[in-house]
Design a protein around this ligand. Structure first.
Ligand SMILES: [Ca+2]
Ligand SMILES: [Ca+2]
Length: 592
C-alpha cells in the first residue's frame, strides 16, 4: 500500500510539468478523428515529436500508403493506435516504423508488405501489440524480416506473421546483446522460412507461441533463447536449432511441443550450440533430436521416440523421459496439428514434479499445474498444453413431466465437457430400479406419485456429473390431457379393476359446443391385439360410461400378473365429421 501511495504521489507531482503540452492527438486517414490530421505516419510522428508530453496517433480504418520510415526517437512517448488488425492496413515496401522510446506503443493494425523490404518494424525499445504482418506480396528473392528486435526490453505480443513461401524471410529476429535487456515475444503465430532467430550474444524470451519454420522454427546462432508453452511445427525443417559456428548459442525449451512432418528434425545442435529440453514433446515423421560435431542436446522430463534420436549421449535412457517409439502421445488431433492432450495421454502429469515456478498458464491460456490423472498431486504435463481434467456437465429433461401409470415418458439428457474431444457417456437410473444407457431413454412408472430419473455423465477421465428430473404419475390411472381438433373430449378411467363380469369402465364426456352429439368408439389393445371394444353415441354435454369387457383368457392373464398394461384409443366425431383420437395407457387390475 505504501509503495502504491508513493507511486501515486510521484505521478501526481509529475502532472503539472507535463500538462503544458500534454496528450495531443494526431490522425492519419481518419476523418472522424477529433485530433490534428496528418498526411502520413512519418508526418504524424514528426508532429508528435514537436509536441511535448505523451501523444497519440490514431490510424483510421483504411489502407494507408507507404510514405517511408517513421522514427519514434527516445524521449518521444507516443501511442500509435489503429482501428484493428482487420481494419487498418499499412502498406510497406521498405522499413515502416523504427521505435526507440521504451514507453511508446504501436497496436491494432496490419502491415501488408510488397517489394523487397529488409525489415518492416525495427524495435530498439517499446511495445507492439496486435499487429499482424502479411508478407505474401513480397518479390521473389526478398529476405524480409517482419520484426527486428534489439535490446531495451522490446515487447512483441499477439502478432500473426505470414511471410511469403519459398523465400529466405524471417518473422522475428533479435540481435539484442548481453549488455541489453532481453526482448520478449509472446502470442506469436508465425509462418516464415525462419520463425524466430537470436543472432547476437544477448537473450530472447519466446512464450505462448505457434511457430512454423520452412527452414527452422526457432534458431539461435548466438546468445540464448528461452522457449515456454509453445508449439513448433517442423515440416522438412528444423524445429529448435542451435548452431554458433564459433561462439556459443543456447536454446532452453520448457513445456513445448514440436510436431514433425516430412523428415523434419525436432532438436538440432551444431558447433557451439546446445539445446536443453525440459518438458518437451516431439512427435511426427522425422528425427526427434540430432547432434552434430561440437553440439549438445539434453533431454529431461520429455517425450519422443527414443529410437529416432541420433548423437545424444544419454538419449532417453537415464532421464525421466517417455519413449514414444511404440506409444502414441495422445494429442487431440495430430493430423490436424492439434496437440492438446487427451485423458489417456502419457504426457499428462509427466513433467518435472519439482518445477513449481514458470508460466502459470499453458498455450491455450489455461492453468498449468493441474492434477490431470486424478492422483491428488498437480504436476506439469509435457508439452505446450496442460490437460485440464474438467468434470462434465449434464441437464436432464422429461416429456411429459406428468403422466399416468404405465405411460411411456421420453427422457433426454444433454452432456457437455470443456476438455477438448471429450464426449461423456450417459446412463440413466430410475427410482423403481430400472436403468438405461444413452442420451435418450423411454420409461413408464407402474405406481402413482412423484418419481425420479437420474442421468449420469461420465467423461474419459472418470469424472461424473448427474442431473435428476422428477415426474408426477397420477395414481388414478388418468389419461393425458386432450389435444383435440374434433370434439374437446374429457376422458376419465372410472374403474381399471375388472369386476366379476370381466369389465372395466371408461367415462367419455362430449361437451356442449359439439352439439348435438359425438359418435365413435373405444378400442382397447394389448400390443397389437384388440382385447375390448365398444361404440360411443353421446348426446351433447353428456357423458357415456363405456363398459368394456375382456375375454376369459385376458381376465386370467390379469389375475396372474396382478397388473396388465393395455392401450385404449378413443375415436370421436362431431356432426361436422371432425375427429378426435386419443390414445392412453390403462393398467388393468384383477377382481380379487
Ligand atoms: Ca498436469
Ligand atoms: Ca472432462
Amino acid at each position: 500500500v505504501f509503495r502504491r501511495a508513493l507511486a501515486c504521489a510521484v505521478a501526481a507531482a509529475l502532472v503539472p510539468a507535463a500538462a503544458a503540452g500534454a496528450a495531443t492527438t494526431f490522425c492519419v486517414a481518419k476523418p472522424s478523428c477529433t485530433g490534428t490530421p496528418e498526411q502520413d505516419l512519418p508526418a504524424a510522428l514528426a508532429a508528435a515529436a514537436a509536441a511535448s508530453g505523451r501523444d497519440r496517433i490514431e490510424l483510421g480504418a483504411a489502407t494507408i500508403p507507404y510514405a517511408g520510415n517513421a522514427t519514434d526517437a527516445p524521449g518521444n512517448a507516443v501511442d500509435i493506435v489503429g482501428a484493428s488488425r482487420h481494419d487498418t492496413t499499412l502498406l510497406a515496401t521498405g522499413l515502416l516504423l523504427t521505435m526507440q522510446e521504451p514507453t511508446s506503443t504501436f497496436s491494432d493494425a496490419r502491415i501488408a508488405a510488397s517489394g523487397t523490404p529488409a525489415a518492416l518494424v525495427d524495435l530498439t525499445a517499446g511495445a507492439v501489440r496486435r499487429v499482424d504482418v502479411d508478407g505474401s506480396g513480397t518479390d521473389a528473392g526478398a529476405t524480409t524480416t517482419a520484426f527486428r528486435l534489439h535490446g531495451g526490453g522490446a515487447v512483441l505480443d499477439d502478432a500473426v506473421v505470414a511471410m511469403a513461401g519459398g523465400q529466405a524471410d524471417t518473422a522475428v529476429q533479435s540481435d539484442a546483446t548481453a549488455a541489453q535487456t532481453a526482448p520478449t515475444v509472446s502470442g506469436l503465430v508465425a509462418t516464415a522460412a525462419t520463425g524466430v532467430v537470436q543472432s547476437a550474444d544477448g537473450g530472447l524470451a519466446l512464450a505462448n507461441s505457434d511457430v512454423r519454420g520452412r527452414t527452422a522454427g526457432v534458431r539461435a546462432s548466438a546468445g540464448t533463447i528461452t522457449v515456454d508453452d509453445t508449439v513448433v511445427r517442423a515440416t522438412a525443417a528444423l524445429g529448435l536449432s542451435a548452431d554458433a559456428g564459433g561462439g556459443t548459442a543456447t536454446i532452453t525449451a520448457r513445456q513445448t511441443t514440436v510436431l514433425l512432418a516430412s523428415a523434419g528434425t525436432g532438436m538440432d545442435a551444431g558447433a557451439g550450440g546446445s539445446v536443453t529440453a525440459d518438458g518437451v514433446a516431439i512427435h511426427g515423421t522425422g528425427t526427434p533430436a540430432a547432434v552434430r560435431a561440437g553440439g549438445a542436446v539434453t533431454l529431461d522430463y520429455s517425450a519422443y521416440p527414443f529410437a529416432g534420436v541420433t548423437g545424444v549421449a544419454d538419449g532417453g535412457t537415464t532421464h525421466h523421459d517417455i519413449d514414444l517409439t511404440m506409444t502414441a502421445p495422445g494429442f487431440v488431433d495430430e493430423t490436424a496439428g492439434d496437440a492438446r492432450l487427451t485423458a489417456g495421454s502419457p504426457l499428462v502429469d509427466a513433467g518435472d514434479p519439482a518445477l513449481t515456478d514458470g508460466p502459470a498458464t499453458d498455450l491455450a491460456g489455461l492453468p498449468r499445474l493441474r492434477d490431470g490423472n486424478g492422483d491428488g498431486t498437480a504436476v506439469r504435463d509435457i508439452g505446450a498444453y496442460e490437460y485440464q481434467r474438467i468434470a462434465p456437465t449434464i441437464a436432464a429433461t422429461a416429456t411429459p413431466t406428468a403422466a399416468g401409470t404405465d405411460q411411456e415418458i421420453a427422457f433426454s439428457a444433454t452432456a457437455t465437457d470443456a476438455d477438448p474431444g471429450e464426449v461423456p457417456a450417459i446412463a440413466w437410473t430410475f427410482d423403481d430400479g430400472a436403468t438405461a444407457d444413452g442420451a435418450t431413454a423411454s420409461h413408464a412408472f407402474a405406481t402413482g406419485g412423484d418419481h425420479t430419473a437420474t442421468a449420469t455423465a461420465t467423461d474419459p477421465s472418470g469424472l461424473t456429473a448427474t442431473s435428476t428430473v422428477t415426474v408426477h404419475i397420477a395414481a388414478d390411472n388418468a389419461p393425458p390431457p386432450a389435444t383435440a381438433r374434433g370434439p374437446s373430449l374429457f376422458i376419465r378411467i372410472l374403474r381399471a379393476k375388472l369386476d366379476r363380469r370381466r369389465t372395466f369402465l371408461i367415462g367419455v364426456f362430449c361437451p356442449y359446443n359439439d352439439r348435438p352429439r359425438c359418435t365413435g368408439s373405444i378400442t382397447v389393445k394389448r400390443g397389437t391385439s384388440t382385447i375390448a371394444r365398444t361404440v360411443l353415441r353421446i348426446q351433447a354435454a353428456g357423458t357415456q360410461i363405456a363398459r368394456l369387457r375382456v375375454s376369459n383368457a385376458t381376465a386370467n392373464l390379469v389375475h396372474r400378473r396382478r397388473l396388465l398394461g393395455v392401450t385404449a384409443t378413443v375415436v370421436a366425431r362431431n356432426v361436422e365429421g371432425s375427429t378426435t383420437t386419443r390414445t392412453f395407457r390403462v393398467t388393468l387390475r384383477p377382481f380379487r
